[in-house]
Design a protein around this ligand. Structure first.
Ligand code: FES
Length: 110
């Protein structure tokens, strides 16, 4: 029965490295901490750049990178992604962070 199924809690990582920070990622972090319920997600600041600085501010939702998050829409963006994860045309948006090394390696070989 689905009612007995434990609800999984998402992990949201907010990039607060310099470029994302300059574009409002600290506000995204604050909005997510205030707007999401504790049983929805754990929200973390990470200072390791995701490598998509020009497209920031960026967050990772269960290690799927979501680029260009608007601070005032951060909570809605996360809830939408949790309901229906986006699959970007470049395929990178749906890959976990660990898998990005493989993507970068394959690009280097071209
Ligand atoms: S500074 Fe955030 S992705 Fe590079």
């Amino acid at each position: 029965m689905s009612e007995n199924k434990p609800k999984s809690i998402a992990t949201i990582k907010v990039c607060v490295h310099k470029d994302c920070r300059a574009k409002g990622s600290e506000q995204i972090y604050e909005n997510l901490k205030e707007g999401l319920f504790p049983d929805e997600a754990v929200v973390l600041k990470v200072s390791d750049c995701f490598g998509y600085c020009k497209m920031g501010p960026n967050i990772a939702i269960n290690d799927n990178i979501v680029k260009g998050v608007k601070p005032f829409l951060a909570v809605e963006t996360v809830r939408q992604e949790l309901r229906d994860p986006s699959c970007k045309a470049d395929g990178l948006g749906s890959k976990p962070l660990d898998a990005l090394d493989d993507v970068l390696d394959s690009i280097d070989k071209l």
